[in-house]
Design a protein around this ligand. Structure first.
Ligand SMILES: NC(=O)c1ccc[n+]([C@@H]2O[C@H](COP(=O)([O-])OP(=O)(O)OC[C@H]3O[C@@H](n4cnc5c(N)ncnc54)[C@H](OP(=O)(O)O)[C@@H]3O)[C@@H](O)[C@H]2O)c1
Length: 284
């Protein structure tokens, strides 16, 4: 039973991962992200999510060094950029991320997208090579867990044909508009922990009266309902906010659960569907 922000899920290799992560997508490099990371740690977050693509790894690293909490107490994730698939390129990209972050190991490294435009035609072979690099980094102790992001069933199945180490995580668009239940069930079958990106529907959650209604019933906020919704599915949400009060609010979700009536109401939002791109047709 999760009771606080630093409580953990256990990955399929035994590594513990704090049950809510702090997202940094679109947070500019420099003082904004440095202060955001410092504030997030002050608010109790111990899990920070960044990516090569966010172009803010230097600032995230500076925030980590300045936050006053020991590196070993933090869980840091980064992701491989879309132009770095393949064995050699992935190895180099990992080193570059470590250098930018100023770290000597990562807790989790993810393949950000399964079939980027640059290798869409031969993505299966490219992912197999990339995964070989990830496995080597994992075995060398440079990263404590390795995983995927935006991988749907066909991408996972293709990777598993040659993988020697099973991915520990799949980071997916998951929120009340897009629960992606069949993929969630498939990942659960494989013992792959699912993380939710866009847990607040990238801010759209606040426009829905049905979420306000459920929030009011529990004396909570819309953001808290969305984050609780993810945790109740054993999904690991990664809410992003650059405001300290909201960071605190988004973490105050351990004193209520949603009942069947709430879940039914929330499911009415599924008609709106995903907000992100489909991995096989994304224009990047
Ligand atoms: N793997 C992938 O492809 C992928 C894709 C997208 C995101 N991600 C990861 O997932 C994380 C979360 O997703 P996201 O950043 O796209 O969207 P999100 O967390 O669903 O929503 C963030 C938006 O909600 C606002 N917000 C946050 N807390 C709030 C609150 N309590 N009340 C009112 N507004 C609030 C934020 O504004 P303020 O900042 O102004 O508070 C921001 O505009 C990202 O930061 C990133 O780490 C991964």
């Amino acid at each position: 039973m999760l009771q606080k922000l630093s409580d953990c899920y256990t990955l399929n290799n035994g590594v513990k991962i704090p049950c809510i992560g702090y997202g940094t997508f679109k947070t500019p490099n420099g003082s904004t992200v440095v202060n955001s990371v410092i504030n997030a740690v002050k608010a109790g977050y111990r899990h920070i999510d960044t990516a090569h693509r966010y172009d803010n790894e230097e600032g995230v690293g500076e925030g980590i060094r300045k936050c006053g909490v020991a590196r070993e107490e933090l869980f840091i994730t980064s992701k491989l950029g879309n132009h770095h698939h393949g064995y050699k390129a992935a190895m180099e990209a990992f080193d570059l991320s470590l250098r930018k972050l100023g770290l000597d190991y990562l807790d989790l490294y993810l393949i950000h997208w399964p079939a980027p435009l640059v290798c869409r035609e031969n993505y299966k072979e490219k992912n197999a090579e990339t995964w070989r690099a990830f496995e080597e980094l994992y075995r060398a102790g440079k990263v404590r867990a390795i995983g995927l992001s935006n991988f749907w069933k066909p991408h996972i199945d293709a990777l598993l044909e040659t993988a020697e180490v099973k991915p520990m995580v799949n980071q997916l668009e998951i929120h009340p508009q897009f629960p992606h239940q069949d993929l969630l069930d498939y990942c659960r079958e494989l013992d792959i922990q699912v993380e939710s990106w866009g847990p607040l529907i990238q801010g759209k959650a606040f426009q829905y009266p049905v979420l306000k209604e459920v929030a009011l019933k529990h004396g909570k906020t819309v953001a808290q309902v969305c984050i609780r919704w993810a945790l109740d599915k054993n999904v690991l949400p990664l809410p992003k906010s650059n405001h300290f009060e909201r960071m605190v609010e988004n973490a105050d979700v351990f004193d209520f659960t949603l009942d069947a009536e709430d879940i039914k109401k929330i499911s009415s939002l599924e008609v709106y569907g995903r907000i992100g791109k489909e991995p096989d047709t994304a224009p990047f």
